[in-house]
Design a protein around this ligand. Structure first.
Ligand code: B12
Length: 215
């Protein structure tokens, strides 16, 4: 088995320490961080998702897998982020109220930071009022909302509506993402953009802010 497959497998088995060690080994060998992410971590997490759906894996095991992913992402982050560049704009990120998934949102933050944006991360389970206060405090150009559940994705609309009711909607663009979210849903709830993954999220943000693709 190659080391990327082993990484994916160890992630699914909840071997946090081994996941971190393998990540470091792969980095030391010069394997690209994007490959480690896609062929190791995201591939491993997809299997975890399938096993969760089929009832083969339970919550504590999924949490353990998530902690491995977070440990590995901490090691990958310096390689994915360009240090010292002048920020291209400020982005406010958060997972909406009721939703405890933050890995995807964190990854979007890392990739945006890597592309030169400044990130203000409100964390997970963020109520609309907290987004409103943060827009007032930080004046971001873009607000990114994440949701991973078909139930909590509805809170994206609640959040966008609350931003509108607070009179702040014209100051920010809103992008949405997360496994159950689609372009169609984004349009229905009045978001300005949607992206399927963290790489496309960078393209979408650049497009919305009129920053060149190379920039
Ligand atoms: C890890 C995990 C958990 C962990 C989360 C830990 C953490 N710190 O995040 C824990 C154990 C807490 C958890 C709990 C639950 N989970 Co869960 N979980 C997952 C799992 C396996 C992986 C998610 C993940 O991290 N993927 C990896 C990342 C990199 O991908 P991603 O999140 O999709 O993010 C990418 C894109 O979506 C996008 N993106 C994400 N956010 C944003 C934001 C913006 C602005 C943009 C542009 C893009 C973007 O870019 C990201 C990077 O490329 C998924 C299965 C799956 N296949 O998604 C289930 C899954 C999401 N969970 C599910 C369920 C049912 C639950 C629980 C309800 C289980 C329960 N019985 O209690 C609880 C809910 C808790 C809550 N209130 O939120 C279901 C959801 C079903 C549904 N359609 O609603 C899934 C799909 C599993 C399944 N197949 O049944 N879960």
């Amino acid at each position: 088995m190659n080391e990327l497959d082993e990484l994916a497998q160890c992630l699914g088995q909840g071997q946090t320490k081994r996941v971190a060690d393998l990540t470091q080994q792969l980095l030391d060998k010069g394997v690209g961080p994007q490959r480690i992410l896609n062929e190791g971590l995201i591939a491993g997490m997809a299997v975890v998702g399938e096993k969760m759906r089929s009832g083969e894996m339970y919550l504590p095991e999924v949490l353990q897998a998530a902690s491995g992913m977070q440990a590995s992402l901490r090691l990958l982050k310096p390689y994915l982020v360009k240090e010292g560049a002048q920020p291209l704009g400020k982005i406010l990120l958060g997972t909406v109220k009721g939703d405890m998934h933050d890995i995807g949102k964190n990854l979007v933050g890392i990739m945006l930071q890597g592309a030169g944006f400044e990130i203000v991360d409100l964390g997970l389970n963020v109520p609309p009022q907290k987004f409103i206060e943060a827009i007032t405090d930080h004046t971001p150009a873009i607000v990114g909302l994440s949701a991973m559940l078909t139930t909590t994705m509805l809170n994206m609309k609640t959040t966008i509506d609350a931003i509108g009711a607070a009179g702040l909607r014209s100051q920010v663009k809103v992008i949405v993402g997360g496994a159950p979210v689609s372009q169609k849903f984004a349009e229905e709830i009045g978001a300005d953009g949607y992206a399927r993954d963290a790489v496309l999220a960078v393209d979408k943000v650049k497009q919305l802010l009129g920053v060149s693709a190379q920039g």
